[in-house]
Design a binder for this molecule. Structure first.
Ligand SMILES: [Zn+2]
Length: 155
C-alpha cells in the first residue's frame, strides 16, 4: 500500500483488527520512509460492479467516490460517523444484490437519495438538489465537485 504522504510503496502493517461493523478489517500502517502513519480498511467485495452512465460509458464502481459525495452531503450534520459508514455499506450491499454487475448511474443516485432521506433530511436535500440539477448524472467527479461544501446552501 502506497504511503499517502510521501508515495513510498513499501509500507508496513502495524496492527489489524475488525472494525466496529465487523464487515471490514482495519489496518494501521506505518511508512518507514517518512514515519507517516495511516489506516486502511479491507472489505469483502461480492462482485465487481460496473457503473453504466447515461452516455453508455462504463466505469468500475468506486466506493470511495460514493463515500466522498455522501460525506460532503452529510457535512456538519449531527450524524454519528459510524452510522454514515453503516449507511454506505448498506448502499453497497444493495447495489451488489441487484443481481446484475452493470448498474446505471441513475439507479445509484436514487438508492443514495433514498438512504439519505431516511437518515437526514438536510443531507438528502443537499444531495438531491445537486443530483437533480445534474441531469446527465454522468461525470461523478464533476458531480462531487458541484457538491463541494462552498456550494451548499446554509440552513
Ligand atoms: Zn511515507
Amino acid at each position: 500500500m502506497r504511503c499517502p504522504f510521501c508515495g513510498n510503496v513499501d509500507t508496513q502493517v502495524k496492527d489489524s483488527r475488525p472494525a466496529e461493523d465487523h464487515v471490514s478489517i482495519r489496518r494501521r500502517r506505518f511508512c518507514p520512509a517518512c514515519g507517516g502513519r495511516f489506516t486502511t480498511y479491507e472489505r469483502v467485495q461480492l462482485r465487481d460492479l460496473v457503473v453504466v452512465k447515461t452516455s453508455g460509458k462504463r466505469e468500475d464502481f468506486d466506493r470511495t467516490k460514493l463515500e466522498r459525495s455522501i460525506r460532503i452531503a452529510m457535512q456538519k450534520r449531527p450524524i454519528d460517523p459510524e452510522r454514515i459508514d453503516q449507511m454506505i455499506s448498506g448502499i453497497v450491499r444493495r447495489l451488489e444484490s441487484l443481481g446484475d454487475t452493470d448498474i446505471s448511474s441513475k439507479v445509484i443516485g436514487e438508492i443514495v437519495m433514498e438512504s439519505l432521506a431516511r437518515i437526514d433530511t438536510v443531507a438528502y436535500v443537499r444531495f438531491a438538489s445537486v443530483y437533480k440539477n445534474f441531469q446527465a448524472a454522468d461525470d461523478f467527479d464533476r458531480f462531487v465537485s458541484e457538491l463541494r461544501p462552498g456550494s451548499l446552501t446554509e440552513e
